[in-house]
Design a protein. Structure first.
Length: 118
C-alpha cells in the first residue's frame, strides 16, 4: 500500500494518529471529521494514497469508496432523510489534506444556497 510519510490521512490509516472510526474494510476507512459542519460529518478515504479524485484511482478503490459512502450513510442514520457527498480538488477548492477524501454530510435540513454548509 502506498503511503506518504507527511500525509495526515496516511498516518490515520496506519494508526499513528487516533480517529473516531465509523467504518473500515480492506480498502477504505471512514471516520468522524474533527470540525463537523453538520450533525453527521464523516470523511471516507481510500487506504491507498491518492492526492485527489483527479488522480488515477484504481477501479477497485473507486468502487470501494462509493460502497463505503452508502454504508456510512445508512449506519449513521442519514440515508433515508438525505445526505450530501463532497470532495475538494486542489488548493483553489480548499483541499486542506492532499489525500482523496469524501465528506459525507447530513443529519439536518441543509441550506439550498451554499452546497457546503447548513
Amino acid at each position: 500500500m502506498t503511503r506518504e510519510d507527511d500525509c495526515l490521512f496516511c498516518k490515520i490509516v496506519a494508526g499513528d494518529i487516533p480517529s473516531e472510526i465509523v467504518y473500515e474494510d480492506d480498502r477504505v476507512l471512514a471516520f468522524k471529521d474533527i470540525s463537523p459542519m453538520m450533525p453527521v460529518h464523516v470523511l471516507v478515504i481510500p487506504k491507498e494514497h491518492y492526492s485527489s479524485i483527479d488522480a488515477d484511482i484504481a477501479p477497485e478503490d473507486a468502487s470501494a469508496l462509493m460502497e463505503a459512502v452508502s454504508k456510512v450513510a445508512h449506519d449513521q442514520g442519514i440515508a433515508e432523510s438525505g445526505y450530501r457527498v463532497i470532495t475538494n480538488v486542489g488548493d483553489d477548492a480548499c483541499q486542506s489534506v492532499h489525500h482523496l477524501h469524501l465528506h459525507v454530510l447530513g443529519g439536518e435540513k441543509m441550506n439550498d444556497g451554499d452546497p457546503s454548509v447548513r
